[in-house]
Design a protein around this ligand. Structure first.
Ligand code: NAP
Length: 282
């Protein structure tokens, strides 16, 4: 079997067209503004940032980049985030992760106003997802679900596994699969015998940050596999968490590059436009 590839760009183009239309109609052509708070020299975020700049420009969204020096403290981050939060002209705040290890990420996240939390990382927005009343949901999880939805994957009754339990990808993806009535297993670095956990799964979502470690033999033939991993190899090439040969056993496969990645920034911008609409109503 060779899988049908789930390409993020096709879905991203549809969403971008919707955003342009919503800015025209729901915001009266008024361009919403996103602030990206960026730790200096964070090369892992570079790809994401380039893609964000491109998509924001295409949609007519203002993107303000606030780069903090490598010796910035948690208080410096809190000041920038807090003051952006008070600006009426700013509709969304994205704090690019990872922050330097000396900075307490939770302390910085705590000062993002929930209504401007376009990456869904504040406690209030996480709780809303947990309580099945989602507001602003982490963009990568939304991108994963959008790909499945676009390809009409019927999740109800399926056995699904999510490899990775981070707050921003694994856990929200698992909660969203659960809300679509899949039976969900969450795997992590201490899961024993991952292969046997994945073997019966109809849907496998991977977000572990370990290049190529999910092998074709670990996947049930015909399963749907979404790779959200993004690993930059020493030669600069990008690889997901699955071995690309997974394409030979899956029925649908979101590869890296080209699957979840191109969609994530657009889902973040969708959150921004939604946030701006709510703020201008209020
Ligand atoms: P993270 O916070 O480092 O979490 C990684 C998770 O994977 C942890 O829960 C960890 O388990 C688990 N894990 C690590 N090694 C494992 C193994 N050998 N077997 C099973 N589980 C393992 O990373 P993240 O922020 O969730 O990101 C995960 C991946 O998604 C990365 O490659 C990242 O670059 C990518 N990502 C992509 C996008 C996108 O737009 N496509 C956006 C965000 C992130 P423990 O909890 O036990 O440590």
């Amino acid at each position: 079997m060779t899988a049908i590839l789930m390409k993020g760009k096709a879905v991203a183009d549809v969403i971008k067209a919707e955003l342009i239309e919503r800015i025209r109609t729901d915001l009266g052509g008024f361009a919403p503004t996103l602030v990206a708070v960026i730790p200096a020299g964070e090369s892992e975020s570079d790809y994401y940032l380039r893609s964000l700049v491109k998509s924001a420009t295409e949609c007519g969204i203002n993107l303000l980049q606030k780069v903090l020096p490598s010796d910035a403290t948690a208080n410096d981050y809190r000041f920038v985030v807090g003051s952006s939060g008070m600006e009426q002209s700013i509709h969304g705040i994205l704090v690019m992760r990872p922050l330097p290890s000396s900075v307490d990420t939770d302390a910085v996240t705590a000062v993002i106003p929930p209504e401007k939390d376009v990456d869904g990382v504040t406690a209030g927005n996480m709780a809303a997802l947990y309580l099945e009343k989602p507001r602003l949901v982490p963009a990568t999880a939304v991108a994963i679900m959008s790909l499945l939805d676009h390809h009409n994957v019927a999740l109800q009754g399926t056995r699904a596994a999510v490899v990775g339990r981070s707050r921003t990808v694994g856990k929200p993806a698992a909660l969203m699969l659960l809300s679509h009535h899949a039976t969900v297993t969450i795997c992590h670095s201490r899961t024993l015998d991952l292969a046997s956990v994945l073997a019966p799964c109809d849907v496998v979502v991977v977000a572990a940050g370990v290049a190529g470690f999910i092998k074709p033999g670990m996947i049930k033939p015909g399963a749907v596999v979404v790779d959200a991993g993004f690993n930059v190899l020493p030669d600069g090439a990008v690889m997901g968490d699955t071995d690309p040969a997974v394409e030979e056993v899956a029925s649908l496969y979101a590869p890296v590059p080209g699957g979840v990645g191109p969609l994530t920034v657009v889902c973040l911008l969708k959150n921004l436009v939604e946030a701006a609409i709510q703020q201008t109503k209020g």
